[in-house]
Design a protein around this ligand. Structure first.
Ligand SMILES: NC(=O)c1ccc[n+]([C@@H]2O[C@H](COP(=O)([O-])OP(=O)(O)OC[C@H]3O[C@@H](n4cnc5c(N)ncnc54)[C@H](O)[C@@H]3O)[C@@H](O)[C@H]2O)c1
Length: 286
């Protein structure tokens, strides 16, 4: 089925960015939030972003008008009925996401894929609120959506190959680089790696090892990250990081913290030290 009309649930930071990139590649988009003022704010954000692109000469004024013309804002869930694909981007609260998915399951045609932009939560739990768990998938964009290149496509327990393929294709159509997350683990790839960075940065600061400014400076200059952990937390929302860490704490407990992974032990035992050996996680002599 060709995806022509896409529903986006939530018109906040991520929702309006997702709506924008979809409309930019010619999809008709229905963007739903719970109040008119939130819908208006989402549309105004898109307008502002596109206006800057026009100012910079990256976009024609006529293209801006066409993109905006393809996005319909609404507060009615029923308006998503004709959509061929839906992406949810409401708050990072499991009960809310399950409630939204149960409703989407009633409103949308049975063959429609329902994707969640959750940063960390179980796709399987969200899918269980529907009668189509095979058509529920994680589609994790990054902030700001029109700029960040990555989209993680995450399999829930029952997600079908076809659902992964359709979602990957749509993400690539909006210009994203995709990675498949084969198991439904908290935080997927990027946030699983990012949260320990945030935690350790906060601990180093809290225990007086270094100032926030110096920690950011060290990570930028020493690891070549474009932003330091504190700067990045401020940008993406300290509250979101906090929610994700709490969720990891509940879901993962002490499972992985500071225990040497077997694969890493094996690599070192095998003499694949990376540095100087030409073989490590990657075989870079090839
Ligand atoms: N902000 C980020 O950097 C980022 C990055 C990747 C993923 N995410 C994830 O994306 C999702 C949205 O995050 P955000 O930063 O856009 O949040 P946000 O607070 O900016 O926007 C959420 C929007 O959802 C709306 N909403 C709440 N209940 C709704 C409902 N029942 N129907 C429709 N809309 C509803 C809210 O009114 C709000 O406008 C979360 O799951 C978050 O974890 C966020």
């Amino acid at each position: 089925m060709e995806i022509k009309k896409v529903g986006v649930v939530g018109a906040g930071t991520m929702g309006n960015g997702i709506a924008q990139v979809l409309a930019a590649v010619g999809c008709d988009v229905v963007m739903r939030d719970i109040k008119d003022e939130f819908v208006e704010r989402g549309l105004a954000n898109i307008d502002r972003f596109l206006a800057k692109s026009v100012e910079k000469g990256k976009l024609e004024a006529s293209a801006k008008k066409a993109i905006l013309g393809r996005i319909k804002g609404t507060t009615e869930m029923g308006d998503l009925a004709g959509c061929d694909f839906v992406v949810e981007a409401v708050l990072e609260v499991m009960d809310l996401k399950r409630e939204v998915f149960a409703k989407l399951d009633e409103v949308c045609r049975p063959e429609v894929v329902l994707a969640t932009n959750t940063s960390s939560m179980s796709i399987t739990s969200i899918a269980a609120a529907t009668k189509r768990p095979d058509k529920v998938v994680g589609m994790h964009f990054f902030n700001p959506v029109p700029i960040m290149k990555l989209c993680e496509v995450i399999r829930g327990h029952a997600t079908s190959d076809e659902t992964v393929a359709v979602t990957t294709e749509l993400a690539q159509r909006v210009g994203k680089l995709t990675v498949e997350v084969k198991k439904d683990v908290p935080g997927f790839i990027v946030n699983r790696i990012l949260m320990p960075l945030f935690i350790e940065a906060a601990w180093l600061y809290e225990t007086g090892v270094a100032s926030k400014e110096d920690i950011d400076k060290a990570v930028k200059a020493g690891l070549n990250h474009p932003m330091g952990p504190f700067e990045l937390m401020d940008f993406t929302g300290v509250d979101i990081g906090h929610n994700v860490i709490n969720y990891f704490h509940e879901e993962l407990n002490k499972e992985l913290k500071w225990v040497m992974p077997h694969c890493m032990k094996d690599l070192v035992k095998a003499g694949k030290h990376g540095r100087k050996t030409g073989q490590g996680w990657f075989d870079y002599r090839k």
